[in-house]
Design a protein around this ligand. Structure first.
Ligand SMILES: [Zn+2]
Length: 188
């Protein structure tokens, strides 16, 4: 896979893409973004590069993103992404749910017998309570991080499943604004 570089300089991006296209890769990545710049700028550059890439080759946007941003990248023509966020957040007891983010260490979950997310079909949500997860984190038991990671990764994969569904039904823009409303507020 050829990686298009050039930071936020459109001319360098174009030149990088031109040279890589000459080499005729089976797929193309957009690198050097999501390094702290605003989401709007990431989208602007990703859109610029995406337009230069052949439609019949997979496009990989490296290092993104937050749950509420994934649909935006897909709308720009991105096929695949990777990110530390679901696993890193999980290790810090931050869980993604259909109601927004949950910091499971919070004392209010001490007696909570509900699953992390009642709408999640992952094996953690089917077996364990919020109170148990909170206990594991409070006791510095590493199983807490493992279970939280399993849930968060499942959550991300479910977002991608819902994005594919939204594309089929022509409702990607609506899905995107719903996700923004739910997750844009609060901690990352
Ligand atoms: Zn779950």
């Amino acid at each position: 896979m050829g990686i298009v570089q050039g930071a936020t300089f459109a001319d360098l991006r174009r030149e990088s893409a031109r040279q890589l296209l000459e080499m005729d890769f089976p797929g193309y990545a957009i690198g050097g973004l999501a390094v702290g710049e605003p989401h709007e700028l990431t989208c602007e550059i990703a859109a610029e590069v995406s337009e230069l890439l052949p439609p019949d080759r997979p496009r990989y946007l490296m290092g993104v993103g937050k749950p509420e941003q994934l649909a935006d990248y897909v709308a720009l023509g991105v096929d695949t992404m990777d990110c530390v966020l679901p696993t890193r957040a999980a290790r810090h007891a931050c869980l993604y749910t259909s109601e927004g983010r949950v910091l499971i260490k919070n004392a209010r979950f001490a007696e909570d017998q509900n699953p992390i997310d009642g709408n999640c079909s992952c094996s953690v949500c089917r077996r364990y309570t919020r109170a148990y997860l909170r206990h594991l984190f409070a006791a510095n038991e590493f199983t807490g991080a493992i279970l939280a990671t399993h849930h968060n990764v499942h959550f991300y994969l479910d977002i991608m499943r819902r994005i594919r569904e939204a594309i089929e039904f022509g409702t990607l823009a609506k899905f995107s604004s719903e996700m923004r409303a739910r997750y844009a507020a609060g901690p990352a």
